[in-house]
Design a protein around this ligand. Structure first.
Ligand code: AHN
Ligand code: ZN
Length: 324
């Protein structure tokens, strides 16, 4: 033991003596601010961890296992985490056990920002070019998991580096059980988890300054045009996010043009909650659906996720939080 100590001390002395390249420590300025960090690989791993469960469609073991895993991650990174259980009644007359998952930073703070995404995946690939696939559930790597992956990485970063503003990360369930393309059922069948939370938040009387929803934030060379309900309801928030992205050099992704009109989770938050939410969503005017060509097909899998896009969105959001 003693011998080992002497060898170790000798080695330490040797390496210290050899290190003549660095200037003396005491004159080295110490950084006073920490730059927002976002690890693209980590975000990608969080997306893959979700798709590895299989399609997270209502009523499946994959859905339940993923819920437990997500809640564990929120408990690990956030100050407080909530599991808001509810029953979703879908357009086909079925009922499902569901859960919105919420992780809060600085729960005592009054100035708050909500960051949201949906964590369920669609039970039928009704837009698949192959009719044989149209009853199959989808991995939803982009449609669902991408937004959740970015937000988990943000939570991991905020755990290391708390923002001044309060932050609530909300994972909505039952977003994507809307009627199939071939059916037409009147009613509000999309965004069931968001509708529930907006009418009955996890804390009575809860409100926030504003919210940002992420949906399909993993496409290669994504284009985030300004979604039109977001412009209608919270133009100031759209401006803030898009100008922050521009200043970070992400103007190619965040384009200053109006995009689609999308009945996404934010639409229901804006309808029922006491604050407004915008939607960051990839818009592809040329695809026919307005979304990524693999949208609601069995090809919406991890192979079509670009980690740089996850990084562009995550870095922009961290900077928005830092500026508050
Ligand atoms: C439709 O416009 C049909 N759906 C928008 C909501 C959505 C579905 N986002 C992802 N999947
Ligand atoms: Zn969808």
């Amino acid at each position: 033991m003693r011998k080992l100590l002497i060898i170790l001390m000798g080695a330490l002395l040797f390496f210290t003596a050899c290190d003549r390249t660095k200037p003396p420590k005491k004159n080295t300025p110490q950084p006073t601010v920490t730059l927002p960090a976002f690890d693209n690989d980590s975000a990608y791993a969080f997306v893959k961890a979700q798709t590895d469960f299989g399609p997270r469609t209502l009523g499946t073991a994959a859905h339940e296992n993923c819920r437990i895993w997500l809640l564990g991650k929120l408990r690990e990174y956030c100050d407080t985490a909530y599991n808001q259980s509810f029953t979703a009644k879908t357009y086909d007359g079925k009922q499902w056990p569901c859960a919105n998952l919420i992780g809060s930073f600085g729960p005592e703070k009054t100035k708050r920002i909500v960051l949201a995404a949906h964590w369920d995946s669609r039970p039928f690939a009704d837009h698949d070019p192959n009719p044989a696939n149209r009853e199959k559930p989808i991995d939803g790597a982009n449609d669902g998991a991408s937004g959740v992956g970015v937000l988990l990485e943000i939570a991991r970063q905020l755990h290391e580096n708390q923002p001044d503003v309060g932050v609530d990360i909300v994972f909505f369930d039952a977003e994507d059980y809307g009627p199939k393309e071939s059916e037409s059922v009147p009613g509000d069948w999309w965004g069931l988890g968001a509708q529930h939370w907006a009418k009955k938040p996890h804390i009575e009387g809860y409100t926030a300054n504003y919210g940002i929803l992420l949906d399909m934030v993993g496409s290669l060379n994504a284009q985030f045009m300004q979604e039109q309900f977001s412009l209608r309801d919270a133009q100031d928030v759209v401006r803030k996010v898009w100008s922050t992205a521009y200043e970070l050099g992400h103007g190619q992704y965040f384009q200053n043009k109006p995009g689609g009109i999308i009945t996404d989770d934010h639409y229901y938050v804006n309808k029922y909650a006491p604050f407004k939410m915008i939607d960051i969503i990839h818009y592809d005017a040329a695809s026919g659906t307005g979304f990524d060509p693999v949208w609601h097909t069995v090809s919406d899998n991890i192979q079509h996720i670009d980690k740089n896009t996850l990084g562009v969105v995550g870095t922009t959001l961290l900077q928005v939080l830092k500026n508050e």
